[in-house]
Ligand binder design. Structure first.
Ligand SMILES: [Zn+2]
Ligand SMILES: [Zn+2]
Length: 342
């Protein structure tokens, strides 16, 4: 299987495997600049993934040591995992949006015990039953969270700004939703094959050809702000649709054209899902009860513990949106809080 694809105009993609994950791989993009190659994302922190990245760069006629910089679309480990190792081997800078850098900083500083206590309280408030909470309680203050010492970025990606890439025009577009600091990178140069449209877009996890990214709450033990990640995501999607890039280079699956059509599909999908949830709320439900009734890729009984937490977070993000739209409301005096359709 060939790991490198040449997209033309000094842009290539490398398939960097994500171990034990149905997504399969991250597409790491290599952008040539006058000061050396720059990566968009790096891949999962694993020896096999590191080898794939190194081999892929060799196939491009370069090496990790020659890298000039790393632009990270968002903080998730399949995108940012190898950034620290790349910086060590090359001296490359690492750039990220401030909102995701804040998540990285917090992840590095939060003690596991604090994190489990926060998760337990949050899930209890969402109506999770005791048998779901028990493992979090027994995890205890000394349980280590796996693989969570992400590299602290040393540069900030400022929305709307051109990145400092010699000889290229790469502009940052803030697309919060999947994470609070997710960015897409717009390569403003004409498409190398002359495809109609507005340059090319590195879309990270924001816009993918065949899957919808997870939209949950922005979990932060230090911040009680009531955010609306799904609202952020839908706004960000419309922004990308209006940009109308000639080609999208996402971080998973494959490159594709007609971004506005894909944006429309995703907007319709979320509207349908919100309407379905609105119908379920004809009887008051806690976020947990709503998650149990929502459609997932397998029956609720087969969803493992950690994935149920993600499902509840997604249910809560949808509830926030419905409340903001005036289509649902919390039932006064309910504890744990239930929501009903308006
Ligand atoms: Zn992600
Ligand atoms: Zn991803």
């Amino acid at each position: 299987m060939t790991r490198v694809r040449d997209h033309g105009g000094g842009v290539r993609s490398l398939r960097v495997p994500i171990p034990d994950n149905p997504l399969g791989h991250t597409l790491v993009h290599v952008v040539d600049t006058d000061r050396g190659p720059v990566l968009v994302d790096t891949g999962w922190d694993d020896p096999g993934s590191w080898d794939a990245l190194s081999d892929g760069l060799a196939a491009c006629g370069t090496s990790v040591a020659e890298l000039h910089g790393v632009v990270v679309t968002h903080h998730h480990p399949d995108h940012h995992g190898l950034s620290g190792r790349v910086r060590e081997a090359s001296g490359a800078w690492i750039a990220m949006h401030a909102a995701d850098t804040a998540v990285v900083r917090r992840t590095r500083e939060t003690r596991p015990g604090r994190w489990y206590t926060y998760m337990e309280a949050k899930l209890a408030a969402a109506g999770a039953p005791d048998d779901h909470l028990a493992p979090l309680r027994s995890a205890g203050p000394r349980t280590r969270l796996p693989g969570l010492s992400p590299a602290l970025p040393d540069r900030e990606i400022v929305p709307g700004d051109l990145l400092p890439l010699a000889g290229r025009r790469l502009r940052a577009i803030w697309t919060p939703g999947h994470t609070p600091g997710h960015v897409c990178l717009h390569l403003e140069e004409e498409h190398p094959a002359g495809l109609a449209g507005n340059g090319r877009l590195f879309s990270g996890d924001h816009l993918l050809p065949g899957i919808t990214p997870h939209i949950g709450l922005y979990e932060d033990p230090d911040d009680a702000t009531v955010t609306d990640p799904l609202g952020d995501y839908l706004d960000s999607l419309e922004r990308i649709g209006r940009l109308a890039p000639a080609e999208v280079l996402p971080a998973h699956q494959h490159a594709f054209t007609d971004a506005p059509a894909r944006v429309r599909e995703l907007l319709d999908h979320h509207e349908e899902r919100l309407s379905g949830l609105h119908a379920l709320l004809s009887a008051p439900l806690t976020p947990w009860q709503l998650a149990v009734r929502m459609e997932w890729n397998r029956p609720w009984e087969q969803i493992p513990h950690a994935s149920r937490n993600i499902a509840v977070s997604e249910a809560e993000a949808h509830l926030r949106r419905l409340v903001k739209q005036g289509r649902a409301e919390p039932v006064p005096g309910s504890d744990p809080v239930t929501y009903r359709a308006v």
